[in-house]
Design a protein around this ligand. Sequence first.
Ligand code: HAM
Length: 416
Amino acid sequence: MNQQIKNLKGMPDIYFEEVEFWQELENTANRIFKSYGYSEIRTPIVEETALFQRGIGEDTQVVSKEMYTFEDKSGDSVTLRPEGTASVVRSYIQNNLSARDEITKLYYKGPMYRYERPQKGRQRQFHQIGCEAFGTESPFLDAEQIILMDRLTRALGISRYEISLNSLGLKEERQKYLEDLVTYLKKYEKDLDEDSQRRLSTNPLRILDSKNAKVAEICREAPVILDALGDESKRHFEMVQGLLSKAGVEFNVNPHIVRGLDYYERTTFEFVSDELGAQSAFCGGGRYNQLVSELGGKPTPAVGWALGCERMILIMMATRTLRDTKKPGAYFVALDDMSFQKSFELMQGLRDEGVACESGYELKSMKSQMRRANKLGYKYAVIIGESELAKESVVLKDLEKGEQEEVAFTDLISKF
Ligand code: HAM
């Protein structure tokens, strides 16, 4: 036998019932984004490596350790996108998307790639649905985006989750804070884990969201970024909080939400669920006012978030079952060759009207056909034999209730 080829580690297939959750997630997101005035953008999966190095930050875990980077045939360094923001910003600048209106609101969905150690809710190919909005510093936009995500989560039947909110202030405000933070952490340097010791000089903010228990303990007493905010940043943060409360969105302020990517300032947030184990965040985002200019565009404030589809679906699947009733439509059961041909024709008529139907492709025993009708979960079976054919009718059996009735060919469509 030829050797079987398997998928790459951390890049699973998605099929059957699980796909229905994906479609529900995507369809609901499409609908809700539209109602907030967002339009979809589709950017390539592969980009020049420099885009992510500059966009996400060289010192981040994602860029330094996790990128799928390789040389293409002409020797250029290219990378499978590890996230969507940098690509959307590139496209926003390159295609002059701001020309159409003062505010540009975009959303996207698709696969992302990070070379991480796979575990529950963490894969090497994973999918995000995300949004980016450009053109204003207004806290109304930050709040609106968090409300949008909150409403999407609820529309998917998820009710147990928490929103952690923080403000990282502006770069200048953070500068002073970082000095205080490093001074504080230096006192405990030898108790920090290796990663955190290194970050003391590269990215001290990240130490605050370390998963190491001892480091977390040390950080509990660390200076708090919120105390270092200037008046404008404080007012901005208070506005966001007020707007969320008015919209009925519950949140907790958590000064340790610093996020793993370098581009954030002011608002940052994460949605977390206890259904997910260690990888508890199913959405993260925040404001990034410098990124557009850092990638070569006119200075333009922006804010965005991305949710992890796999994590969202894990929660959906843990929270509820998609379908406890039968699926609409019919399975056709034919008892002889002539009826088999007729059912092929009748099915086509129904499908053309949008009714789902199926049957086998070869004549089999009635028992085996009925078994398949039940296995596939259809609400109805449509049974045709010699006598039905003569009367130009079918037997329509409700597989949920067990009742059946005779229905003329011409009336069949009215039953669905
Ligand atoms: P992020 O926090 O790196 O942010 O990713 C957002 C979400 O993607 C996470 O909360 C998580 O649900 C999911 N995710 C990340 N890595 C994996 C993985 N290896 N396996 C499964 N799911 C994963 C960003 O990517 C930013 N671009 C978000 C953003 C948009 N900020 C502003 N605009």
